[in-house]
Design a protein around this ligand. Structure first.
Ligand code: 13P
Length: 261
C-alpha cells in the first residue's frame, strides 16, 4: 500500500550495561562504514555513560545520534550518582532513554519519576525515548493496555506544548526483552496503534501522527522486516542484537529498506 509516511524510521541500539571504551571504539569504527548508504533512517546508540563520551566524540560529524540510557531531572546539585540533561548535552548526547523497564523494575523508577525525567529532557532540547510495556503476568491478566496507557498518559500529562517530533515512545513488552520471544508483528502493531490512538486523544491527531513509536524486544535481522512493515511501527529499540556492529548494521539497513516512502 502506498501510504505516505511522514515519520522517519529510527533504529536504536541499547547497549545496556555492556562495552568498555575500547570495545565501543571498535564498534563505532565498524558500524559507520556499514550504514553509510542507509538513507532515510535515524540511527541512535544508547551507550553507558562511561563509553558515551567517546561514542559521542566519534560520531560528532555523522548523522548517528549519541544517546544516554538515563538522566536525572535536576540540572546540578547534591544528587550522588546522577547525571543531568545539561551534562549529557555537554558531551554531545542528543537523545536519552527514559523509563526503560529495567530502570522501572530493577531500580524502582515510578511513572512519576519517568514523567519528570522526560519533561526535563524535552525542555533541554534532547530527544527522549520513553519506554513502556507490560510483564507476562500483566498480559495474561488482560492488563496490558491498562499498564501501557497509564505509563503513556502520565508522561504526556507532565509535558507542556510540544511537537510530536520532540518525543519518541518505545513499546517494549517485558516478556519479549532478552528472551528470544518477540511479540508477533500483529501484537506489536496492535499495542503501538493503541498508543498512537491514545496520543491522539490526549494531544490531537497532528501530534499523534508526528510521534515515532518503536518496538523493542528480541528484534533480530530475521524478524525486523515484518515488524517494520506494520503501519504504526516506526522503528526498533534493540538490545542483544545491537551489541555486534555487523548485526546492528543489518538491522539499520533492513529498516531503511522497509520504510521507503
Ligand atoms: P533485546 O533486544 O535484547 O530483547 O532487548 C530489548 C530492549 O530492552 C531494548 O531496550
Amino acid at each position: 500500500m502506498a501510504e505516505q509516511r511522514v515519520r522517519r524510521p529510527m533504529m536504536a541500539a541499547n547497549w545496556k550495561m555492556n562495552k568498555l571504551v575500547r570495545e565501543a571504539q571498535e564498534y563505532v569504527s565498524q558500524l559507520l562504514p556499514r550504514i553509510e548508504n542507509a538513507e532515510g533512517v535515524d540511527v541512535a546508540i544508547f551507550a553507558p555513560f562511561t563509553s558515551l563520551v567517546e561514542v559521542a566524540r566519534m560520531i560528532r560529524d555523522t548523522p548517528v545520534v549519541a544517546g544516554a540510557q538515563n538522566l536525572y531531572y535536576e540540572d546540578s546539585g547534591a544528587f550522588t550518582g546522577e547525571v543531568s540533561a545539561l551534562m549529557l548535552q555537554d558531551i554531545g548526547a542528543g537523545a536519552v532513554l527514559v523509563g526503560h523497564s529495567e530502570r522501572r523494575e530493577i531500580f524502582g523508577e515510578s511513572d512519576e519519576l519517568v514523567a519528570r525525567k522526560t519533561a526535563r529532557a524535552v525542555e533541554a532540547g534532547m530527544l527522549p525515548v520513553v519506554c513502556v510495556g507490560e510483564t507476562q503476568e500483566e498480559r495474561d491478566a488482560g492488563e496490558m493496555w491498562e499498564k501501557c496507557s497509564r505509563q503513556v498518559q502520565r508522561v504526556i500529562e507532565e509535558l507542556g506544548e510540544l511537537n510530536g517530533e520532540s518525543i519518541v515512545f518505545a513499546y517494549e513488552p517485558i516478556w519479549a526483552i532478552g528472551t528470544g520471544a518477540t511479540a508477533s508483528p500483529e501484537d506489536a502493531q496492535d499495542a503501538i496503534g493503541q498508543i498512537r490512538g491514545l496520543l491522539g486523544e490526549l494531544r490531537g491527531e497532528e501530534f499523534a501522527e508526528g510521534v515515532r513509536i518503536l518496538y523493542g524486544g528480541s528484534i533480530k535481522p530475521g524478524n525486523v522486516g515484518e515488524i517494520m512493515a506494520q503501519t504504526d511501527v516506526d522503528g526498533g529499540l534493540v538490545g542483544g542484537a545491537s551489541l555486534e556492529a555487523n548485526t546492528f548494521a543489518e538491522l539499520v539497513n533492513g529498516a531503511a529498506n522497509h520504510k521507503d516512502s
